[in-house]
Design a protein around this ligand. Structure first.
Ligand SMILES: CC(C)(COP(=O)(O)OP(=O)(O)OC[C@H]1O[C@@H](n2cnc3c(N)ncnc32)[C@H](O)[C@@H]1OP(=O)(O)O)[C@@H](O)C(=O)NCCC(=O)NCCS
Length: 383
């Protein structure tokens, strides 16, 4: 509701998988899958229709309540926006009433969105001949996102994120790496990864895989750089690496305008060359998009300097990524705090955990080099 109020056009796709699995388990019915797809016979379809209708009604109730509480006005619209076709017979196995997406009525959905409605789709859809099919909700979501040229696809499930080999969260993943990590994931996540691959290859730039168990997961993922799930993007995320001598031309190109307008201290080419090992950069297609240097001051603290993001590159959180990287490096060196001296970006650092400090707090060797004329603010972050 909040996203809708913020002007985000929302299409929601219902999944009944969990309820169907419980039903099958309770009834002791043999689990009928072929690969990742459920085989739906007539009896099961009847039950799925009941479950999907019940879920739909519960959701409408919750939506109505939220609408009333927030004095919202957007209506929840459903319709025959998805048409289905039978999956048919695969490897000799008849999938019966299991279907797949035949067509999405993108213009019909767009009209509803333009009128301010939230569109609600379920995973049951008719073929043009009027036969009802049970579709995978992930497929409906991915095909709808592709048909609408959506900016984002968010797929929620019980598993909150993709796991790396050590069992930690993968917060960001390039499309090209999905196949590498897939074998580490459970079946539920694999299904979502297949849908994600389809959507990103179909032109959806960003897909978020999130957990249903976490309150506010969507807002946290969309509104913060940390997030709680896994983001899969069409472009490999530019990553931070150590600076190299061959970065010098790109680095000078990046820093020069900031040095000219006085935001950063001037560094000659020779100085940069001598200090290149202190630098970290983000490079994409041979272009240096950002830089940060870390100078150890003593065995307890270091200074972050020349933190710069290419001003033409927006939405990539270059500065935040570099800062995080420097913080990780400092922690790895068992340093306890980071200082920064800045004339223009004190708020930016404060928003990332730095607090105001003073010359006296700097190690003596750095105090002696403090440039009184620049009158930079000194900030500090405990690591
Ligand atoms: C500070 C700087 C590195 C941030 O890089 P960035 O890649 O734009 O930062 P991120 O994308 O991670 O964060 C963007 C957010 O920071 C805000 N921001 C950017 N520069 C800011 C500044 N100087 N003061 C306060 N906020 C700033 C943006 O408005 C944006 O906020 P929003 O998400 O609410 O819209 C970059 O603006 C820069 O190169 N500044 C000039 C050099 C400098 O002063 N460096 C610090 C001294 S070493």
């Amino acid at each position: 509701m909040l996203l809708n109020a913020l002007g985000v056009h929302l299409v929601l796709v219902q999944s009944t998988r969990h309820a169907i699995d419980s039903y099958i388990h309770e009834q002791g019915i043999a689990n009928t899958h072929h690969g990742n797809r459920r085989i739906t016979d007539e009896t099961l379809l009847k039950r799925i229709v009941e479950l999907a209708c019940r879920n739909g009604l519960v959701f409408r109730g919750l939506y109505m309540r939220a609408l009333h509480r927030n004095r919202g006005r957007s209506s929840l619209t459903s319709g025959n926006f998805v048409s289905a076709k039978p999956v048919g017979i695969h490897e000799g196995i008849d999938h019966k009433l299991t279907g797949s997406v035949r067509r999405i009525d993108a213009s019909g959905i767009r009209r509803q969105l333009a009128a301010g409605s939230v569109v609600y789709l379920d995973h049951l859809a008719h073929s043009p001949a009027g036969e009802l099919y049970n579709l995978a909700s992930e497929e409906v979501a991915a095909e709808t996102a592709v048909a609408l040229h959506a900016d984002k696809l968010v797929l929620m499930g019980e598993t909150p994120y993709c796991l790396d080999q050590k069992g930690g969260r993968i917060s960001e993943l390039a499309l090209s790496l999905i196949s590498t990590i897939k074998s580490n994931q459970n079946d539920e996540m694999k299904r979502r990864l297949d849908a994600t691959e389809r959507a990103v290859r179909g032109g959806v730039e960003r897909c978020h895989l999130l957990g249903t168990g976490l309150d506010g997961a969507i807002l946290t993922e969309l509104m913060t750089t940390e997030g709680t799930g896994t983001l899969i993007a069409s472009q490999p995320a530019a990553s931070v690496r150590q600076g190299r001598i061959d970065d010098l031309p790109g680095l000078i190109h990046l820093l020069a305008p900031m040095e000219e307008n006085g935001t950063l201290v001037q560094r000659s080419r020779d100085k940069l060359e001598a200090e290149i090992n202190h630098f970290y950069v983000i490079e994409q297609d041979g272009r240096i998009l950002g830089s940060a240097a870390m100078y150890p001051l003593d065995d307890r603290c270091a200074e972050i300097a020349a933190l710069t993001a290419d001003q033409t590159t927006t939405d990539q959180n270059i500065g935040t990524k570099l800062l995080k990287h420097v913080e990780e490096q400092a922690r790895a060196k068992s340093l306890q705090s980071l200082f920064v001296l800045t004339t223009q970006a004190s708020d930016w650092f404060k928003e990332r955990g730095f607090v105001m400090s003073s010359i006296e707090e700097l190690p003596e060797n750095r105090q002696a080099l403090y440039n009184l004329q620049r009158n930079s603010l000194i900030l500090k972050k405990e690591l």
